[in-house]
Design a binder for this molecule. Structure first.
Ligand code: PBG
Length: 325
């Protein structure tokens, strides 16, 4: 025998030497749920071990993540019911919870990259990502609000805006609005290939943002489609996106790889709330080892082609990586 593949697997040192994919703290984007109030830290029922924080408490949490090496936070605001409407008024409020959060976090942690979710669902009385007319989500009026929302996030100090709404043409309009207002250094991470997935369920509990009628299939993509992901991604690149996202991640590894092969931009993938919840539930039942599952799944997402991974396991993963080295 002249080909012995097991030579390269014979010890931890040799395996380490030839390892192709390794995770590090700078790979991770930490999603953060912020709510009004003081000294509040509420566990999300369908996301055990994950919390909504009031602004004072979130700063402490982010400081501890920063100390571990995490450098990017993706912010989501839980909007009080009475502020929700069908125009996105609160979404563009310069003193809204999101805008105040960005200012407060950048003030304390100027080197933390702050990204903001841009979509209307947490602000919408209908729980939809856009403005609703006659039970339909209207595209162009929504895009106008998303552009104003992006500018207000940039004005508050956001490093990147992250449009997660899947309206047509929004990247170009947002880029233009940022340019017009002088925000030449604000990046856009586009949720370019975002599928209409059941795996967002726990997130909608976290923000109380489930659609009030219908579903999101007229704007988010059909999970059966592959070519459509490439079409979406190419358009967002042409319109000026800086980072492209595929979402969800674990169930869409093929799409991540295809997008990575297709474009020459950083690719991110969102390991979403339901994908988090599945691992948590299986581990709690004793069906698998949580620590091993986290590292295996996140490594697989990176191996598939993700340069960045948004994951609720970011802090846990970094702690495991530190322990393992
Ligand atoms: C809002 C948004 C959603 C997620 C990120 N931004 C929910 C949705 O589209 O319904 C999902 C994240 C997750 O499930 O972890 N547009």
């Amino acid at each position: 025998m002249i080909r012995r593949n097991r030579i390269l697997r014979q010890s931890a040192s040799v395996r380490g030497m030839v390892r192709e994919t390794t995770l590090q703290a700078s790979d991770f984007i930490l999603p953060v749920f912020i709510m009004e109030g003081q000294q509040v830290k509420e566990e999300i029922a369908s996301m055990p071990g994950y919390y909504r924080y009031s602004l004072d408490m979130v700063i402490e949490e982010l400081q501890s993540c920063y100390a571990l090496g995490i450098r990017c936070a993706l912010l989501f605001a839980k909007v009080d019911g009475e502020l929700k409407d069908n125009t996105g008024k609160e979404a563009v409020n310069g003193d809204g919870l999101m805008q105040r959060s960005v200012r407060a976090i950048k003030n304390v942690l100027p080197d933390m990259i702050v990204m903001t979710d841009v979509a209307l669902d947490p602000y919408s009385s209908f729980g939809h990502d856009g403005i609703v007319e006659n039970h339909k989500i209207v595209n162009d009026k929504t895009v106008d609000v998303l552009a104003r929302m992006s500018v207000s996030h940039a004005r508050a100090g956001a490093d990147f805006v992250a449009p997660s709404d899947m309206m047509d043409g929004r990247i170009g309009v947002i880029r233009e609005a940022l340019e017009m207002e002088g925000f030449h250094n604000t990046g856009i991470m586009s949720y370019a290939a975002k599928y209409a997935s059941c795996f967002y369920g726990p997130f909608r509990d976290a923000l109380d943002s489930a659609p009030g009628f219908g579903d999101k299939k007229t704007y988010q993509m059909d999970p059966s489609n592959r070519l459509e992901a490439i079409k979406e991604v190419r358009m967002d690149v042409e319109e000026g996106a800086d980072i492209i996202m595929v979402k969800p991640a674990h169930a869409y590894l093929d799409i991540i790889r295809e997008v990575k092969n297709e474009i020459k931009l950083p690719v991110s993938a969102y390991h979403v709330s339901g994908e988090y919840a599945m691992i948590k539930a299986a581990a709690k039942a004793g069906y698998l080892n949580e620590d091993q599952a986290i590292l295996e799944v996140l490594t697989s997402i990176k191996r598939a082609g993700a340069d960045l991974i948004a994951t609720y396991f970011a802090k846990h993963a970094v702690q495991l990586l530190k322990r393992n080295t």
